[in-house]
Structures are given as structure tokens and as C-alpha cells.
Design a protein around this ligand. Structure first.
Ligand code: NDP
Ligand code: MG
Length: 384
């Protein structure tokens, strides 16, 4: 039986790589729903090629163009945020791949869990914002959440066959990004063009900026807490510039397991689809004659303050990670529009954390209100 997959964000970096995985296994997977936000031409091309049951464009103004371009095919066409939230509940869907970016992924993910769809989770912001809520929902509905983020997929792969064995430590590797060796002085003047040039991974703009600022690693620490049920002090970050080891788990007896491979997101995407099985894959293999050096460094939270702020949010818990996420989304957008400096992002996030009301046990409505308030506050601070 083929598994029917809904890809939220099919036109993005993860989305297009997921379609490559589906293309490689036409007997196992089918793209059943494809969705995008603005890139309507790409969505049209994907729909004509993969012939999904339905497509959704979040930006309603693009609907007429999408509808007309697919008029000769029996594909259902929808638009808007609400449609996106509803489509994930379609009866036939087996897996929902959450590959859209940011807080916008929260509601559709919650709906997909309620409809008992397996979640292949790329949208880490969902767990950063509301990890506790998502876990509770997944438990009640007995819905698996399968990590797509390469570090978490690595940990997940290390945990295969270890049921009942306690984790002592999860060790997340970080490439260090394009500014790993930059001094504080140099970081003051880096540009978005420099930040967008990641040394090892080709990703969407938002996560590429997060990687340069190490907020991405901070978010991954929070993500690891919710995915693997470990305490903050059991999650360690180690900078490993070669990106060959994708992450590690240390067990009670001191044994450390690692998952290694090429920096290619198609593997974690495919593993989330095929778990607990492994499928054939055509992409390049790791060549140990060419990777002769694996090095490790401590992360520097003085130069990369975002990582420290994310750890602080994790410790303070409640709606604090939601505040950090919202402030960070506003900051990244502002940085990409040259409205704020690279280091200025940490200042704005820190101030937003101080100003937005803290809620220790947030419900869904509190997250919605917190997100809105934190965005408003961060924007105000940027305007000065
Ligand atoms: P991209 O920016 O490349 O793609 C984002 C996708 O989501 C696009 O299809 C985009 O549509 C759609 N989208 C964006 N905003 C909205 C919205 N408000 N409503 C509906 N759809 C929206 O991002 P990535 O693929 O790089 O990242 C996706 C997620 O996966 C992020 O959460 C990221 O942190 C995570 N991730 C990504 C990795 C990577 O290698 N890229 C690695 C690990 C995690 P459109 O094209 O029309 O704008
Ligand atoms: Mg990652």
C-alpha cells in the first residue's frame, strides 16, 4: 500500500527534496497534497508533474492564477490559511510533512495530530513555541512525531533498538555556520549576503540566518527536549565544522552512538517516511578517503548570544520560547530587509523577552496572544 503524503511547504528547500524522495519511490509514496505560500509558478509546475489530489496556496491573491493554470486537471484547488489547516485532516492522508517555515506551522500541525496523521516534522518552530502542548496532543491521539531535522533524525536513528535504555546525554552537532571564526568586532558589520552563504547546507533563507546566528542550534536544543524527553542539562551542543556527524547519543554505560553521512536532507526526510525501515537511496555516499578530519569545538555563547538566549528560554519555560521565536522571526525578516544589524538581532530578542508578559502554564490561546504581543514589541524596539 502506498503512503499518501501531504507536504506543507512543497516549494521550499525541504519540500522540493521531499518530492525527490517521493519520485525515487513511486511504489511507496504519493504526493497527495502540495501547498505553498507565494511561489505559485513553482506550485503549478509541481502540481502538473505530481498530479496531487489537492493543492493549497496560503496567499489568497494567488488563487485565480493557480486555479486557471490547473483547470484542465482534476486537481482540487484551495487558498488561504484556513484551507491549509483543514486539508491536513483529509481522510486518505497518511503522513503530513510540516515543511513550512515559522510559527505559521503550529495550527496546521495541531490539526494534523488531531486527525491522527503521522507527522514528519521539519517545522521546528512548532515544537519551540508549543512543545508541551504538541506532545500532549500527540499522546492523546497516539500520533507519532518523526523528526526530519538532521540532528534529531540522527538522534532518532541512534535510539533505534535502544528501547528501555536510558539516555545520559544527547549531543547535537553544529556546523558553526559562516561566522564560526569571526571575532565580535567582525560580526558587527556582517551582511545578509554573507549570512546567507552557509558552508555546508543549502536551506531556506530564514533557517540559514538562524544557522549563522546559532539561534537554529538553540531552537534545536528546545526541539530535542520535547522530542526525546530529556532535561536541558542532558542536551549538549558541540561545534563540528565538517557536518559529517549529524548528532550523537550517550547512554548510561558511557557508550556514544553517532549517525554519520553526507549533509543531504533527503536521508532524514526519507527515514521519517520509511521508519522503522530503511530504503534504497541514490544520493552520494560519505567517502572516508576525502573526509580525513573530524574536529570538535565548544560553542561560544558570548559571540553567539542567541544560543544563550534560547537556553535561557528553555530554562524559564512557559511562554518564553514562544516569545523568543516570535522576536526572532521579526528580527530575521528585519535583517533580511537591512533594517537591523546581525548583532542587533540578539539585543531585540533579549529586550522582547524582558517586556512581554510571562505565562508559566500557557494554553493554546496564550501562545497565540504571546506570539502577537512579542511581534508587536520586537517591531517597536526595531523602530526605536
Ligand atoms: P523554505 O523557505 O525553503 O520553504 C518554506 C516553505 O513554506 C515554502 O514552500 C513556502 O512557500 C512555505 N511557507 C512559508 N511561509 C508560509 C506560510 N505563512 N503559510 C504557508 N506556507 C508558508 O524553508 P525550508 O524548507 O528551508 O524550511 C522549512 C522548515 O524546515 C523550517 O521550519 C526549517 O526550520 C525546517 N528545516 C529546514 C532544513 C533545511 O535543510 N532547509 C533543515 C532542518 C529543518 P513559498 O515557496 O510559496 O514561499
Ligand atoms: Mg538541523
Amino acid at each position: 500500500m502506498k503512503k499518501l503524503i501531504a507536504i506543507l511547504g512543497s516549494t521550499g528547500s525541504i519540500g522540493t527534496q521531499a518530492l525527490q524522495v517521493i519520485e525515487e519511490h513511486p511504489d511507496k509514496y504519493e504526493a497527495y497534497v502540495l501547498t505553498a505560500n507565494n511561489r505559485v509558478d513553482e506550485l503549478i509546475a509541481q502540481a502538473r508533474k505530481f498530479k496531487p489530489e489537492a493543492v493549497v496556496i496560503a496567499n489568497k491573491s494567488k488563487y485565480p492564477q493557480l486555479k486557471e493554470a490547473l483547470a484542465d486537471l482534476p486537481i482540487k484547488v484551495y487558498a488561504g490559511e484556513e484551507a491549509l489547516c483543514q486539508i491536513v485532516q483529509e481522510k486518505a492522508i497518511d503522513i503530513v510533512l510540516t515543511a513550512m517555515v515559522g510559527y505559521a506551522g503550529l495550527r496546521p500541525t495541531m490539526n494534523a495530530i488531531r486527525a491522527r496523521k503521522a507527522i514528519a516534522l521539519a517545522n521546528k518552530e512548532t515544537l519551540v513555541v508549543a512543545g508541551e502542548l504538541i506532545n500532549a496532543l500527540a499522546r492523546v491521539n497516539r500520533t507519532p512525531i518523526l523528526p526530519v531535522d538532521s540532528e534529531h533524525s540522527a538522534v532518532f536513528q541512534c535510539l533505534a533498538g535502544e528501547a528501555g535504555n536510558a539516555i545520559e546525554k544527547v549531543i547535537l552537532t553544529a556546523s558553526g555556520g559562516p561566522f564560526r571564526t569571526f571575532s565580535h568586532e567582525q560580526l558587527k558589520t556582517v551582511t545578509k549576503e554573507q549570512a546567507l552563504r552557509h558552508p555546508n547546507w543549502d536551506m531556506g533563507a530564514k533557517i540559514t540566518i538562524d544557522s549563522a546566528s546559532m539561534m537554529n542550534k538553540g531552537f534545536e536544543v528546545i526541539e530535542a527536549k520535547w522530542l526525546f524527553g530529556v532535561r536541558p542539562d542532558q542536551i549538549e551542543v558541540v561545534v563540528h565544522p565538517q557536518s559529517v556527524i549529524h548528532s550523537m547519543v550517550q547512554f548510561a554505560d558511557g557508550a556514544v552512538k553517532a549517525q554519520l553521512g553526507m549533509p543531504d536532507m533527503r536521508l532524514p526526510i526519507q527515514y521519517a517516511f520509511s521508519y522503522p525501515n530503511r530504503l534504497q537511496a541514490s544520493f552520494p555516499r560519505l567517502d572516508f578517503t576525502r573526509c580525513t578530519e573530524l574536529t570538535f569545538e565548544q560553542p561560544d555563547t558570548t559571540r553567539f548570544r542567541n544560543l544563550a538566549l534560547a537556553y535561557e528560554a528553555l530554562h524559564r519555560a512557559g511562554n518564553m520560547p514562544c516569545i523568543v521565536n516570535a522576536a526572532n522571526e521579526v528580527c530575521v525578516a528585519a535583517f533580511l530587509h537591512d533594517r537591523i544589524s546581525f548583532l542587533g538581532m540578539s539585543d531585540v530578542i533579549e529586550k522582547t523577552m524582558e517586556r512581554v508578559s510571562f505565562i508559566s502554564k500557557p494554553a493554546y490561546e496564550d501562545y497565540v496572544a504571546t506570539d502577537a504581543e512579542a511581534r508587536r514589541v520586537a517591531e517597536e524596539i526595531i523602530r526605536g
